[in-house]
Design a protein. Structure first.
Length: 523
């Protein structure tokens, strides 16, 4: 063989190897606490299943703001998922899968180099701030579309959200509760400092979440502590725009710092403990287990993470003004309703709605058990999800500079409807199936759902890349305007509609205006 021919063959082999090497996922990198190694998910993704972003919140760090993790020596192999936060057990979730040492995040990256600077999506899970479901999901379907996806664990239940006068006094900031939100903030700061090592762009971070995760997104959008930590938000079924009171939390109100502290004191009495010191010595399952026998814990207006009624903050324009997508589902309340005697339903409505009860019973009539079943679900949908979503996009459209996009998921899936309770549409949490691999991995079995999942995922990733969901090949989605057909309905494709259930939404708006005025008079 002549030398020139040999040279060409060797040169071709070299470039083939180089090209192949450049296409390999980024399986090893360095973060501020040490080297870390992930594992391959196919030929195009590197996944890091558990990286500590904070110190274990155990012992004296229980009910404290998160602290930095300790550096490690050698290489941390992130090939196993971290534990779930302590919560009540259920089928598929056992005590050995949970630990108070839970402050880990997982990352899926399609980057082949730390220099790729891909947009970043940070997932905040739901679970009513008490539990977690769809845990350990790496959102690989989204990651394969060219984004780095981060999933964050945070403290839940009493461990994550209990306020208490003793904790307030010992805190350097003079506040207590909202530890789970502080975990989220700590994780977002970690992302700002470290995501470049995974090929992510710290200047293009979008937070997204469902249910309590969506409520968290709204709280973070309203918190001065989160300024500059993200550049867009996607809410799937949730927003924290209801009034706050000095009392405990009900369906319609959320506690102030004072109310949350009183709730913490009641919990201490329930446990028959004399001090926070004694409560710190309790096993975590005795604080959050199914047999604790005490009501749940929730974010509170502590004047620190949450500075005020979020609705009022948005009216004043006092929030982190970033582009948002806010989506609700057509039958959210079906997950939370059940058979209710008409007399009990009507009594509940009258106790809850006060002078608005008669109008509520006209819009949500309950004259027989069949009617009350659906009316109760619809009221839960509108109070808990549809109205907060409307309030969010409407207020931002009035007082913000960044666009707000409204969405309505109305295509039920055969997968979620199978064996379910009575439903007339898309239930709470069904939207997650359109964002993970549930349908896109089974297009032959779920062709209609897979086609819609393709559309929704394209919009979400476009938004993460540019702050705008629109791109060539998709129906144009304009920013929200309450009097124009600017809500994007996802059902057998994507099409613009007016605000769904508008009469009921306007009713809830009027009721909450009255409720907020009542609260102000109490103060």
């Amino acid at each position: 063989m002549k030398r020139p021919q040999l040279f060409i063959i060797l040169l071709t082999a070299f470039f083939s190897f180089a090209t192949s090497a450049q296409g390999q996922p980024l399986l090893r990198t360095h973060v501020e606490t040490g080297d870390v190694e992930g594992v391959a998910d196919g030929a195009d993704l590197a996944v890091y299943r558990a990286i500590p972003y904070a110190a274990p919140p155990v012992g004296q760090l229980r009910w404290k703001e998160p602290q930095p993790p300790k550096p490690w020596k050698g290489v941390l192999r992130a090939d196993k998922f971290g534990p779930w936060p302590p919560q009540p057990t259920r089928p598929g979730l056992t005590e050995d899968m949970m630990s108070e040492d839970c402050l880990y995040l997982a990352i899926a990256t399609p980057a082949t180099s730390a220099d790729d600077r891909l947009p970043v999506m940070v997932w905040i899970h739901g679970g009513g701030f008490q539990t977690e479901y769809y845990g350990n999901d790496l959102w690989t379907s989204l990651a394969r579309r060219g984004v780095v996806v981060v999933s964050v664990e945070y403290r839940t239940g009493a461990l994550g959200f209990m306020a208490h006068p003793e904790l307030t006094r010992e805190s350097p900031t003079g506040h207590s509760g909202n530890y789970g939100l502080l975990d989220q903030l700590f994780a977002l700061r970690w992302v700002q400092r470290n995501i470049g090592s995974f090929g992510g762009d710290a200047s293009r971070v979008t937070i997204f979440g469902e249910s309590a995760g969506a409520i968290s997104c709204s709280i973070l959008c309203g918190s001065p502590l989160a300024k500059g930590l993200f550049h867009g938000a996607i809410s799937q079924s949730g927003g924290s725009f209801a009034p706050w009171t000095n009392g405990g939390r009900t369906l319609l109100t959320n506690a102030s710092q004072r109310g949350a502290e009183q709730h913490g004191l009641a919990f201490q009495r329930h446990l028959k403990k004399k001090s926070i010191k004694a409560m710190r010595q309790m096993p975590p399952e005795e604080l959050v287990g199914r047999d604790v026998g005490f009501g749940g814990f929730w974010p509170s207006v502590d004047g620190y993470v949450i500075t005020d009624d979020l609705y009022r903050n948005y009216e004043r324009g006092a929030y982190n003004d970033v582009p948002v997508i806010v989506m609700t589902n057509s039958d959210e309340g079906s997950l939370f309703t059940g058979p209710i005697p008409p007399a009990a339903y009507q009594q509940n409505v009258r106790q809850t709605m006060g002078p608005f009860a008669d109008e509520a019973l006209q819009l949500y009539p309950g004259n027989n058990e069949e009617e009350t079943y659906f009316a109760n679900g619809d009221m839960f949908r509108d109070i808990g999800f549809a109205w907060p979503s409307f309030a969010w996009v409407n207020l931002q459209s009035l007082t913000g500079k960044s666009p707000a996009y409204a969405a309505f998921l109305a295509q039920p899936s055969e997968l979620s409807m199978a064996g379910s309770k009575k439903r007339r549409g898309v239930s709470h949490a069904d939207d997650i199936l359109y964002l993970n691999n549930a349908f896109t991995s089974q297009p032959d079995k779920y062709p209609a759902e897979a086609a819609l999942a393709e559309i929704i995922q394209q919009y979400w990733v476009n938004f993460a890349k540019t702050g705008n969901p629109n791109a060539k090949g998709l129906p144009y989605w304009p920013p929200f305007s309450k009097d124009l057909p600017t809500t994007m309905q996802f059902s057998q494709g994507a099409s613009l509609i007016m605000v769904p259930n508008r009469q009921k939404i306007d009713f809830i708006e009027r009721f909450y205006q009255w409720k907020r005025q009542e609260t102000e008079r109490e103060h």
